[in-house]
Design a binder for this molecule. Structure first.
Ligand code: ADP
Ligand code: MG
Length: 396
């Protein structure tokens, strides 16, 4: 689960990290009062969307010459002016895709006097099986370019889970970020704070880009992008409350109501599969035959007819879907239950695209009989390879 920058900063502040003061707003009428709560004379108006690259982003409605999604303002009046231009408009960044995201919320923040912009993140490094810090002196808006062109400027420090962030680890990070004086003192205390926030709140990513050294030598968290491990949300009601459904894919929200593991993708072949491994293999084989999957969907082992029906409805509701591949290996899941769900769903929502079904395993004959007797235009497939070829051919 992702949260907004202003929420992430609130969480980090709770652990003692240095963040600027700021006020989130959703209406232009709130902009002036928000700015007046801040010290000035420099303010920053920041679009709150679940995507990065806002600074370099462009508002669809404002044309290519207008300013981006993060704007400096030198007066309260200018804050109001920016808010008027930004709220309700669509911001397109390198991470939003062409459709962009509507900016429904702004964060009015105290402007910082920046000396240097650094990059710092914490993630789960699967290569070493540990939580690791990633640091670079080349922070700011171009870290992706740095990663491509000068990867040696990015340093990784993995943390021993039993020891936590040691003095030596913190020292390495200070060296990597070339911190000295007050900034080094700040860094030595900041890194363990961030690690604590990451582990205690079950984050999967904490990215601070930029972490800044201010002209007075102090460190400040200037941007914060945080993702949480969805499987751990049950033990963090405070974090769950930060969820902003308007930022999420409507199909994914619907799927989560039925406890379906669903991820929307860009292709045009909808998939309904049981088991995450088989779902991955199904997506792979669709790609192998030259098409792209429209989604990842694992209906799970214990799916009943209602769940299968819901899953099928979610797939067919996606206008990008030009064909559907149902691939079920009935182990715990029975093929006849899937077949009944598919037939019920098709009867309810209709079938406007080709449907290929591959069933194998428990009650496969019963399942096939249900599909055959349904009178629906369903193409049966014998195995995964056959199924993928058939759906790709049907979609054309
Ligand atoms: P994004 O990464 O989505 O572009 P950031 O929050 O990193 O958004 O902001 C982009 C840039 O705007 C930063 O690299 C920094 O130069 C500037 N900036 C952001 N917040 C402030 C602030 N409070 N004071 C001064 N400059 C800021
Ligand atoms: Mg940033």
């Amino acid at each position: 689960m992702n949260i907004h920058e202003y929420q992430a900063k609130e969480v980090l502040k709770g652990f003692g990290a240095p963040v600027a003061s700021g006020v989130p707003i959703t209406q232009v009428s709130e902009a002036e009062a928000a700015a007046r709560q801040l010290p000035g004379p420099l303010y920053v108006v920041k679009s709150q969307i679940h995507a990065g690259g806002r600074g370099k982003g462009k508002f669809k409605e404002l044309g290519p010459d207008a300013k981006g999604g993060v704007r400096l303002a030198k007066s309260v009046e200018e804050v109001v002016q920016h808010a008027t231009e930004m709220l309700g408009n669509t911001l397109v960044t390198a991470q939003t895709g062409d459709a962009g995201k509507q900016v429904n919320r702004l964060y009015i923040e105290d402007g910082a006097d920046i000396d240097r912009e650094l990059y710092l993140s914490i993630l789960v490094d699967r290569a070493v099986g540990r939580v690791a810090f990633v640091a670079s002196t080349e922070g700011g808006m171009d870290i992706e370019t740095v990663a491509h062109e000068t990867p040696e400027k990015i340093i990784t420090v993995a943390i021993d889970p039993l020891e936590g962030v040691t003095e030596a680890d913190a020292g390495k990070l200070c060296d990597a970020l070339e911190l000295d004086g007050q900034a080094r003192t700040d860094g030595m205390s900041l890194f363990p704070i961030l690690y604590k926030a990451f582990t205690e709140k079950d984050m999967s990513l904490l990215e601070i880009n930029p972490l800044i050294v201010m002209t007075d030598g102090r460190l400040r968290v200037l941007d914060a992008k945080v993702s949480f491990d969805g499987n751990a949300l049950f033990r963090h009601d405070d974090i769950k409350a930060l969820r902003d459904e308007s930022e999420e894919d409507a199909k994914e929200i619907e799927a989560s109501k039925y406890d379906l593991a669903y991820v929307a993708l860009d292709g045009d072949i909808g998939c309904m599969v049981n088991g995450a491994g088989l779902a991955m293999a199904t997506m792979d084989i669709i790609k192998l035959y030259g098409k792209e999957p429209a989604n990842f969907l694992d209906v799970g082992g214990g799916a009943d007819k209602a769940k299968v029906t819901a899953a099928f409805k979610i797939i067919t509701a996606d206008p990008a879907v030009k064909g559907i591949l149902v691939n079920i290996f009935g182990g715990i899941m029975k093929c006849d239950v899937i077949a009944e769900g598919v037939v019920a769903a098709v009867k309810e929502v209709g079938l406007k695209v080709p449907l290929v079904v591959r069933l194998e395993g428990t009650n496969v004959d019963k399942g096939k009989a249900i599909l055959n007797d349904s009178g629906l235009a369903i193409t049966a497939a014998d195995d995964l390879d056959d199924a993928a070829k058939k759906i790709v051919a049907a979609v054309g």
